[in-house]
Design a protein around this ligand. Sequence first.
Ligand code: GLA
Length: 746
Amino acid sequence: MKQIVSFMLLFTWSLFTSILLQAQDIVIKEAKFTKGDNGEYKNVAFDDSQWVNASVEKNLRKQKLDITTQYGWYRIHVNIPQSMLNESELKGWIRIHLPHIDDCDETFLNGHLIGKTGVMPRSHEEYSHEINYRYPSTREYLVNANNGIVKWNEDNVIAVRVYNANDQGGMMNDLVRITPVRRIEGIALAFDQQAFDPKGHTNIIIDNKYSCKQQGQVHVDIFDIDKQQIIHSFDKNISITKTSIIPIVYDKNTPIRITITYTDKASKKAVTATTIPHYIQTPKAPEQPRYNGTSVYGVRPGSPVIFKLAFSGNKPMTYSVQNLPEGLDLDTQRGVLHGHITQKGDYTMTLIAENNKGKAEAPFTLKVGNTIALTPPLGWNSWNCWGLSVSQEKVKSSAQALLDKGLADYGFVYVNIDDSWTAEKRASDGRIVPNEKFPDMKALGDWLHQQGFKFGIYSSPGDLTCGDYLGSIDHEEQDAQTFNEWGIDYLKYDWCGYYKVFRASDDRSHAAYLRPYIKMQQYLRQQPRDIFYSICQYGMDEVWKWGTYVDANSWRTTGDITDTWSSLYDIGFNKQAQLYPYAGPGHWNDPDMLIVGKVGWSSQLRNTRLSTDEQYTHISLWALLAANMLIGCDVAQIDDFTFNLLCNNEVLAINQDPLGQQARPLFKHDDIQIWGRQLADSSYAIGIFNVSDKDISINPNDYKEYLKIQPNTTIRDIWRQKDLSNDTKPCLLHIPTHGVKLLRVF
Ligand code: GLA
């Protein structure tokens, strides 16, 4: 019988109106709960009096009701008054709202299935993240109340069957609500960035989740953030069955805020959403050559030099070097220096590039000595995009895209494979071997080096990596040798599997944290090449205080980043605030990889969930922090907007400044944070961050001391690459929510 209709909805809460509770709504905070699985549990007559009481607001793990790799059931008893039906604007329907559920659910009302979200796996072996996992997401199930399922003015049983593969499990972070259906609640407003379109297009998408035609009025305001005025408004009457799309064309170099209000014609209830679509601040690079790379580069005596001359401009380009030291060769077509120098010392030279539009020269010092990584590493890592689905083909395609799209011309040269490259077993001689996704590591390394790239790889001091691939325990020396044979230039050494060794012993001394890292480094340093040592143990035992002792070139300071504001804020602002004394040439704090562009940690990629301005904040902050900047998206899919974020030579010059100072917070307030660092030429790089939920305008003169403004200083807007004003001409800076003004004060 087709009596029941269910809707499975994924809400983007930031864009959806918060619906205020109304008098007739029923709100439920607690349910009966049991672990396990039994079809009987859905039936009204089942006796659940022996079950425990569980909150629907807190996940099961927090309530010590963990159901990892198991099923569990909630039962909610509720009296539903018939008056609710009269209140419904969608005649004959009521709505059951459930909190976020980890991972998936099937929901029954009085024994009848009313909806499901995700797929319930038949066994844990069958579980797949893509098919079964539907968290975070609240559930909305509509019930046709005319079909006799709802028992008016009596006890009803809502039974929710849930499955959890790992993590928290169950319902959380909201309440169960039973409400009349209000038409306006079926309307969801969203914005679809078409960032590939160079014109600047966005679509307003109005979705009607209910199966009825809805009529209403749309009002759109377009507000110019720099001018602080509405530049365009319009109204439109619409009738929507499923989806209505309103295209907006705008000047992609201007920050605008689009606000849309949809008002239901009959009830006059309204929903509103707002966004700042992608806007591009970085001026287009000139056609003639321009040097964008580092001015200093460290190599140990006798180690291979692989250095790409990072010039942007029209191709083809030919390269030359004045004062080329003996031992080095220049590939004049690709612009790559290769060779060895055994004698310690500073070798100064001039890098030159020429094309059909002109010529550029840049001073450069090769420092042959004990310190490598004189500036933070720039490049790409496979994790934030491909996760465990990385392959040789995907690595090569990203490297090729770094060349084709021109990111290598800005110094992005590390190409790093993260987890999931090893075979299940070592060879009979104990040698680590790649799995079938990586047919030829040596050939990949040779190809990368020829193009001027550096080759990075990943391992763990434990028996397994975080993703359950082989680690290096008891094979450190052999692995270091293999890495050398493949031409590895960067090793990310990730603690993960070492937890097992650590927990099996009582040793919690400082030495116990250092031990696995010292061991590997001793063998890396025996190799006849420089291997950037990137240690990753999430900041335990204040790694920044001893990272140099294990001879690390960078250390992860926190757990894993993800593409949300809260993750960015916590890792970028909170956790780095006190770490500036520990960074410097050769050794850097690593707040994790970049989360702009198309990411996904799996074979399914999506646009980053960071807003336009959050992305500007992310890149500005990482530049100020002198952080490793490893692109975490699929480079082949980088669009104009993401390119503008990654390839602003003045932003990168802050990150790559040879003084190597990490920015520190100079001013902190609820809404504003000002971070700054001194640069080698005595100027200051300053970030004014709006960490509040509203747009703000500030007068730089009110923050003079933090912005290092003196009577004759020049303030340069680094994203726009334009001088702002002088001290006699105060101007207001308009900074959108979660956005930034990145300045250089000379
Ligand atoms: C850990 C690291 C991540 C990534 C994964 C791979 O979580 O912190 O950066 O390397 O392991 O499994």
